[in-house]
Ligand binder design. Sequence first.
Ligand code: MG
Length: 363
Amino acid sequence: MKIVDVKVFLAELEYIEPFTIALGTSTISRNIVVKILTDEGIVGWGEASPSRKITGETVESTIYAVKNYFKPILVGKDPICINDIFKEIDQSIEGHSSAKAAVDMALYDIAGKSFNLPLNKLLGSSRNTIVTDITIGIKSPSEMAKSAVKFVNRGFRSLKIKVGIDPLEDIERVKAVRNAVGEKVTIRVDANQGWTPKQAVKTIKAIEKYDVELVEQPVPWWDLDGMGFVRENVNTPIAADESIHNSFDALRLVKNKAADIINIKLMKCGGVHEALKIASIAAAADVELMIGCMGESTLGITGAAHFTAANESITYVDLDSDLLLKNNLVVDGGVTIKKDVRSLPTSPGLGIEKLAQDIMKEV
Ligand code: MG
């Protein structure tokens, strides 16, 4: 089998309500859809959700990288030889992790379809359900408490609370949510780099009485020493998100003992082939794993869900971005949700049957 063409589409997906984290507010997720076509008629789909502040990519640079760097490498290649292809892609241009993740996802989609296996099985597991949390963006403490109750009533057992704008208000946010949902619901907190190391220690100590399962990225991404300082001085487990993009970052983190948990995102690491390397490092270092997302639709979330289902060492699942978006790019197939349980499709590859053509604009 050979790749004959690569097509690129822009999909603009509005959030149901403005989504605020410590890094800024989003009202729309501008994602890139990659379609890889083969001479056997098998087609693979992948999605990139670039982030200027996290992956260093814009929509324009993502499109440029796929069309001008990756497409010339892909055309003519056997799509099954993913490692060979990525040896070339990774050497063609540094960074561009979400663009690489979209290509990686489309290649795994083709591999699954060509072996007639759903991707989770191709990756080694028949597990096809996972339980996710749901994220509540930064708002006033009372508004966040209201959202929390709404999500708990929908069946979510785990909430991820965004904080990191103001330490004192952040304590109020966690307090309001805990008081609103009672003690049975799990609360995770994500500061998205918003605190200094000393602020983080003080704030985390103050919220520990509200039973917080973990705190994600308390300090700026580059400050591994600061993250280690926080980890040493609080009881709550610390998760590294923006500090860890690829396997090299993961190795540096475990050597520095800077966090208890690594948050893997396909968009940050460049896809399943690199996520597998991070998972191996974490397992060897006895560091726990979380999986997260950026602003992917159900297409990208389905790719991440297959990877998650196949790796039971991932104990914290945060695959919810599609649930925060108004328009659904996937109209048939893909991962579904009932209460907080996401079920994988059982058809070959990613299991995406139909995409909303009216949302996708070829670029
Ligand atoms: Mg995070």
